[in-house]
Every structure is written in C-alpha cells, then in structure tokens.
Design a protein around this ligand. Structure first.
Ligand code: PCD
Ligand SMILES: [Cu+]
Length: 806
C-alpha cells in the first residue's frame, strides 16, 4: 500500500486538521452565486408581508383605517394589534425579560415601530397596501436623552408598566427606569478613591451604532394545515432557541415546528433577537394557509432591528504616584430605547460589562449600570463583542489613557506595570470573573517591538516640534490597546437566555466508507464553521477534513444548541465537537484491538490509525475501522460509529490581544490616515490561521467604522437620521486600512483542545485602539477626552477647540 510509505507528517498533512490554513469549503458555493439565503426561498403560492411603520417617535395611535388598503389589487390581509390580541400575540417577550409590542397597541415608542402588517401576493402590492393604510396619530412629547428620561417630569414612555416598581432585574425607581445592576465592592472602592495619590475621572460615551449585516433580517413561515407542521426559515443566529420560544408563545407543539437557518449573510449580533416580522409572518401563514415571506429593507433594518452600545460610562480610576492602579469605579447609564430587548444572559442585564477591569490587576472595583427607556429603537446586542465587552474594553482602555495623562506617564509603560502577571492565572477579578489563562507581558512586548514603539515615539516628538515650528500641519497619533475578551457563554449554572441553558452540541456520524457528517447546535453566518469544525474532527479521529460534511441550522436534524453569537461556537460547540470525536475514537480503539487481536490497551492512536504498541507495522486505519464497525460482528459492541456530545463549559474563555495603530491627522481638514494597524491576537490553540486572519480583518474593519464614523443619530424629535447607507458609514476598500496580524498562543486550560474564541476580539480591541490614536495625536495640546465617532468634522472640531487653527 502506498499509504505505508507515508511518514506520519505526510499523513497528518493529508488530514488538513488543526492548525492548517485550509481554504474555506463554503466559498465554492458563495463565489459562484450558489448561496441559498432567505430571500432565495420561493414556495408555491407564497405571499409577502410588509409593515406600516410609525413616522413618529412617540405618539398615541387613535385609529387605523385598513379598508382602502384591502381594496388594493393583490392585498389579502392587514393585521393590526386588534387581530393579534385574541391570540395573545400583540405583545411578545424580549430576550431581556421585558415585553415588546408586536404591532402598535395604542401607542408607538420609536420612529419606525411596526404598526400594521400588510399581506399581499407580491412585494409591490404589499408596498402599495402599506401606503394605503391610514393611521391617525396624536403626537406625544419625545425623550431621546437617557439622562432627561430620568427627570421627575419626563413623559411616561411605558404606560403598560405604570405603577410597576419591580422589573425583570429588580426594583425600578422611576417610570422610565428599567433596572440597576451593581457588581463589586462600592464602599471599599470609594475608600480607595478618597485616599488615592491620583484619581482620574471621565465620562466615556460609546455611541449608538448598528451591526448592519449585508443581508437584512427576514423569514418565510409556512404552516401546513394538513400535517399541522410549521416550517420557519429565517436569518436566525439561534435556530433552536427560536423554535422553543415560538412553541412557548404560539402554543404549537415543539415537534411540530421546524426552524431552518439557511445561508446567512452576516449576523454580527443583529440576528439574535426575535422581531415582530417573525410573529406576523407566522400568524399570516396560519390565517391565509399560504407561506408568507417577510424580508426587511435596508431602512427597516437600520431603523427597527437591534442597535448596539449607547452606553454613557462615567469612570474614576485611582493610582499611586508611581502608576500602580488601586481601584476602579464606573457608573453607566444605558439607553435601551422603547423596550428592553437586549440580548444578554438572564443574570447579566448589562451583559459582561463587569469585564471592565480589563487586562489589569485592580484590587477593588465597583460597577453600577442603570437601564433607561427612551424613544429610540430597542435592541442592545453584542455587535461583534460578547455582551457589552466592547463597551467595557473601550471604557478601561480610555480610562488608562486618561490616567496616563494625569500621571504624565507613557501609556505603554502604565499598562505594563499594571498587567495581570502570568503567574496570577487563573486570575480572580475584582468584579467576579475567573480569567482562565493569559500572558499579557509577552504579547505586549512582542507588539511594541514589532511596531518599533520607541522609534515611533521619537518620530512623534519630532513631529510635535515641527508642528510647533510651523513646518507641518499633520500630527501623529499612536493608539495603544491591550484588551481581554470574555467569550464562550457559558456555564449553564450562571448563563441562560429565557431559561435556556447555554450549552452547545455536536453529533458525528461516520459512514461505512470512512467519510462523515457532523451536525452542530450552532450556525455559521460567514465564520466558516464547515471548514474549521471539520478540522477539529480530522485531528481527533484521523479522517481527512475533506471527507467530513458539516451541517448546522436545521432543528429537525441538528442536536439542540444555543446558536452562534458571543464567539461561543469555538469555546462551546468546538469543545462538544472534540468530545464527540473522542467518544468515537474510544469505540474505534476497541474495534481496532479486536481486529488486531490484541487487548484494548495494546493499541494506540497514530494520526489516522490505531497501531499495536511496539509493532507499528500492525495497524488498522480509521477507514478500515469504520467499515468494520458496520459490517463485522464485534462481540460486545453495537454496530455503527457515531456519537453526540452536549457540552456545558466549566468556564468562559478569555482571549486577549495587543493592538497598535499609527495615525496621521491633518489638523486643518480633520482628515486621518491609518499608516499602520498591528493586531496581535491570542485565542489559544488556533484551528485555522487563515480564517482567524480573515476574522481579524473583518472585525477590525467594523471597529474602524465604529471608531471613525459609524453612528445611529436621532434628532430631538426622535427622527432617525441615519437609516440609509448615504448616512450610515460602512467602509469600502477605499477607506479600509491595511492590517498586520500577529499572534501568541496561550491555550485555555479547560477547553478540550485549548481553543478560545476570536471572531469578536478584533472589534473589542480595535475600537479603543483607533480612538486612542486620535486622542494621542492631540494629547500634547491638551486633549483628554472626546466622543466617538471621530469623523472628519469632529476631528477638525477638536483641533479648533484646542486653538490649533490659529
Ligand atoms: N482558536 C480559534 C478560534 C476560532 N477559530 C475560527 O474562527 C471563526 C470564529 O470563531 P468564534 O470566535 O468561535 O466565533 P463564532 O461563534 O463562530 O462566531 C460568532 C462571531 O463571529 C464573528 N465573525 C463573523 N464573521 C462573518 N463572516 N460573519 C459574521 O456575521 C460574523 N459575526 C461575528 C460575530 S458578531 Mo456576535 O453575534 O455580536 O455576539 S459573535 C460573532 C470560526 O470559524 C472558528 O472556527 C479558529 O480557527 N481558531
Ligand atoms: Cu457587545
């Protein structure tokens, strides 16, 4: 056999397993236009639904006239809250324990809110129908400022909660107050602040933005009246959770609901929540007996589906004269819009914001978050960051910079002397997390050396001198960030969404000829799971990745799991994959021993086969073992070779990274140019370095967008001013900086293959890095803090306010 002359290294390369930059198997379909997205689904007799949306941010709905709309050719039905009420579906539960109107019930709370659902034979007729529905509104006073919303005389937004002093997360102290979440030791922290040598205080605002996936949200609902089975295709990041929630709120038995997430054109957190469009499509399909499709327009998506951030973080950080941080205090005012529809684990109403002590060994800390209702769209999702982690990272990485200014210290050095040391892991943070592993000093030194940090500072000093001497109008900013992420929710003991524990799953079935199919509870939206999870299995059981099909997103076939967001697929489902593979390997070992006529313990795994210990010429390949498992009677063993694993992780994983940005800023025009962006990521054991690099490029580009221009803006009347791509910044190849990627590898000690997540890290790390570069350029001229996004006008304004325009 040719096989026998291959070295173990050749055989291993043939598997394309762990660590291989295997090309993405998905892309053959995608690049040839063979993707299958929700809008590609066309069923016989399929109808289309579209929403009448509120033009007002706060108004009473006094009448809805549907007669004219029903006369429009092609329009079959118009649903309003009145039609949904008898079914108990005019309101729906949100992921945050609040409830949200499916269709306006007496009033509207944000511009773009769903008021009526028009069902027609095609989308043109639906649009004409929408235009023909007449709604009478009585305008009410609007609040878009979360601080103003808490004034005693602020208008009451949620009349349905009138008099309710207990919310989903504890007491409410005002009619627009949602919750207060407190972590840490308030008294001890305040004592440290009172007695500290140095205290820096700042309001750090992380503006409202939106994940804006290329494909908008949508679904197709098809109720088969004969079988009683509801099939729901949709852009769902958590298909199983959607099935369970749909069953609980509709009363349809769970086995009679099949949820399918087909190809998804980017999720970024936007497709985690449950939207009125899903409920209305299901109801419309039941009512009409026909399949009903609903797909958002770009404006619908930007105006009504989950936004991100909008956190006002007031911070105080204490240190010794030498720069040792002694305490951190943070009070956050969180603007949640009209309904609390945040996607966070139940016990964490402000997500994992309590990771805000970052990469630093801070002895005491205190965090309080107040959630507030305003007349803006609901949501509050993790836009490429595990549950408010970008907010936390932005906060601490700005506070450290502000402290460096106060101390007159170099910000790189200040970080270095405060990093959690390698020997402190597992590290217990003051705000309650146990960091699994890290080596921050090594990553930091590698990063500073790679960019030539000292030389950059010298160049910057020269530039400042030249600027002051009138020889240049360009400043140089050096942005630094060291972030710690927290991903892989999560241990079921403290992480659930609506009571559903956040484990995940993988089922592997080896076919007789030695190829395989694996199914997972997660769902790729572009991350490349079909490529990478096959690599884990390849290395674990010795079947080439090219012989392994991966399937996700069909609740009729995939094992139950909580889906893909919060970079949890690798930490949780990836672990389940390794564990299921190991069950298969254990059975394969018994089969091999039987075939080789030796004791189980006398064979050992060797890349793609079991060999007899001490006699490497005696072996059975996995292919032979797979065939035997089905076709040969093996005493004491069932036929077949398959396994399933449901994995409840013992802890989260804590990826980290060191990012450095070098930026040129033109003082007179406010223009900027990113000269260098260096990103070092440590995500533990790396499955596919090329996919990781792609993740870093994508995440850093989103981070660039957020830091430098992307923003959801409302005017005082609650008008949404950024609902088109003319107004909402999405970088093209023209603006996108060039990235230099790098890595260190500090495996997670509790993950079966040592891997941590990586998809979100580049957003978490890059936003503060870009922002710090802008701040650093103006630091010598007195800038301490200015709000993102740093668009051209705002940068020009900083220069103007500092008197740099003469
Ligand atoms: N160590 C390691 C890690 C990882 N990896 C790879 O990488 C990726 C990723 O991963 P992760 O981190 O685990 O994550 P996932 O879970 O899978 O995913 C998720 C994420 O992902 C990211 N990325 C992306 N990409 C794309 N393309 N698309 C999309 O959509 C997206 N999204 C975003 C987001 S936002 Mo959230 O939802 O906010 O929460 S979260 C998120 C995959 O494939 C994996 O396998 C590797 O290789 N290695
Ligand atoms: Cu987030």
């Amino acid at each position: 056999m040719k096989d026998e002359i291959q070295t173990p290294a050749d055989r291993s390369a043939n598997l394309k397993g762990m660590g291989c930059s295997r090309k993405r198997v998905e892309d053959v379909r995608f690049t040839q236009g063979k993707g299958n997205y929700v809008d590609d689904i066309k069923l016989d007799g399929m109808l289309v639904g579209d929403f009448v949306r509120s033009p007002y941010a706060h108004a009473r709905v006094t009448a809805i006239e549907t007669e004219a709309a029903l006369k429009v050719p092609g329009v079959l039905a118009v649903l309003t809250a009145k039609d949904l009420e008898p079914l108990g579906l005019h309101w729906m539960p949100t992921l945050a324990g609040d409830k949200q109107m499916v269709l306006a019930d007496g009033k509207v709370l944000f511009q773009g809110q769903e008021v009526a659902f028009v069902v027609a034979t095609d989308r043109y007729a639906a649009a004409d129908g929408v235009a023909a529905v007449e709604v009478e509104y009585e305008e009410l006073p609007v609040v878009t400022d979360p601080f103003r919303a808490l004034d005693p005389d602020a208008p009451v937004l949620r009349e349905d909660l009138a008099g309710q002093t207990e919310g989903a997360h504890g007491p409410r102290r005002h009619h627009n107050h949602i919750f207060t979440w407190e972590v840490g030791d308030k008294e001890a922290t305040e004592k440290v602040l009172d007695e500290a040598d140095v205290v820096a205080e700042e309001m750090v605002y992380y503006h409202r933005t939106h994940p804006m996936p290329l494909e908008t949200c949508g679904c197709v609902a098809s109720m088969d009246k004969v079988t009683g089975k509801l099939t729901l295709w949709g852009t769902f990041q958590a298909p199983h959770a959607v099935r369970t929630v749909a069953s609980l709120i509709s009363g349809i038995a769970e086995h009679n609901i099949r949820v399918i997430s087909p190809d998804i054109g980017g999720g970024f957190g936007n497709k985690v929540g449950v939207y009125p469009g899903y409920i209305c499509s299901i109801v419309a399909s039941i009512v009409t007996g026909k399949p009903v499709k609903w797909v958002e327009s770009r404006m619908d998506n930007l105006m009504s589906t989950a936004f991100a951030r909008d956190y006002w973080m007031n911070g105080r950080i204490a240190a010794t004269k030498e720069g040792k941080i002694t305490g951190l205090w943070c009070h956050t005012t969180a603007d949640h819009g009209g309904f609390d529809a945040c996607a966070d684990p139940t016990k964490f109403p402000a997500g994992f914001m309590n990771i805000c002590t970052g990469s630093y060994d801070i002895p005491v800390a205190y965090l309080a978050v107040d959630g507030v209702y305003t007349n803006k769209a609901p949501g509050g999702v993790a836009y490429r960051c595990s549950f408010r982690v970008t907010e936390a990272a932005y906060f601490i990485e700005r506070m450290v910079e502000v402290l460096a200014i106060k101390l007159g210290m170099d910000a790189a050095e200040l970080r270095r002397i405060n990093f959690i040391r390698e020997d402190q892991f597992p590290y217990q943070s003051a705000l309650g997390w146990e960091y699994d592993s890290g080596n921050y000093h090594a990553a930091w030194d590698k990063a500073l050396t790679a960019v030539g940090y000292d030389a950059l500072r010298q160049e910057q000093a020269q530039r400042i001198a030249d600027f002051k001497a009138g020889k240049t109008r360009k400043l140089l900013g050096i942005g630094l960030t060291h972030f710690t992420e927290i991903v892989g929710a999560g241990p079921v003991k403290n992480c659930d969404i609506l009571g559903l524990g956040m484990f995940d799953s993988c089922e592997i079935r080896i076919h007789p000829t030695g190829s395989a199919i694996a199914r997972l509870g997660t769902i790729s939206q572009g991350q490349g799971h079909a490529t990478t999870f096959a690599q884990i299995i390849a290395s674990e059981i010795g079947i080439p990745a090219d012989d392994i099909t991966l399937e996700e997103g069909d609740t009729d076939t995939a094992p139950y799991g909580l889906g893909t967001y919060g970079s949890r697929s690798t930490p949780v489902a990836g672990a389940a994959t390794a564990m299921a593979a190991r069950k298969i390997r254990a059975k394969a070992q018994m089969i091999a021993a039987y075939l080789l006529e030796v004791h189980d313990g006398d064979v050992e795994f060797d890349v793609d086969r079991f060999v007899v210990k001490g006699a490497p010429e005696r072996f059975k390949t996995m292919k032979e073992i797979a065939f035997a498992s089905y076709n040969q009677a093996i005493p004491g063993l069932e036929p077949g070779l398959e396994a399933v694993s449901y994995y409840d992780p013992p802890n989260m994983t804590y990826p980290f990274g060191a990012y450095i940005c070098v930026m040129e800023i033109d003082v007179d025009t406010g223009e900027h140019k990113v000269r260098k962006f260096y990103a070092l990521d440590d995500c533990g054991t790396r499955i596919n370095p090329m996919i990781i690099e792609g993740q870093v490029h994508g995440g850093a580009t989103e981070g660039y967008a957020i830091a430098m221009g992307q923003e959801i803006v409302y005017d005082d009347m609650g008008n949404h001013k950024t609902a088109t791509l003319m107004d909402f910044f999405v970088p093209t190849s023209w603006e996108t900086p060039h990235y230099t990627t790098d890595h260190t590898v500090t495996p997670s000690p509790h993950h079966p293959i040592g891997a941590k997540g990586v998809g979100e890290s580049p957003n978490v790390g890059s936003v503060p890095c870009f922002s710090n570069a802008v701040h650093d350029a103006f630091r010598p001229f007195g800038l301490v803090q200015s709000h993102m996004p740093h668009d051209q006008w705002r940068i020009w304004k900083i220069a103007d306010d500092l008197g740099l325009h003469g």
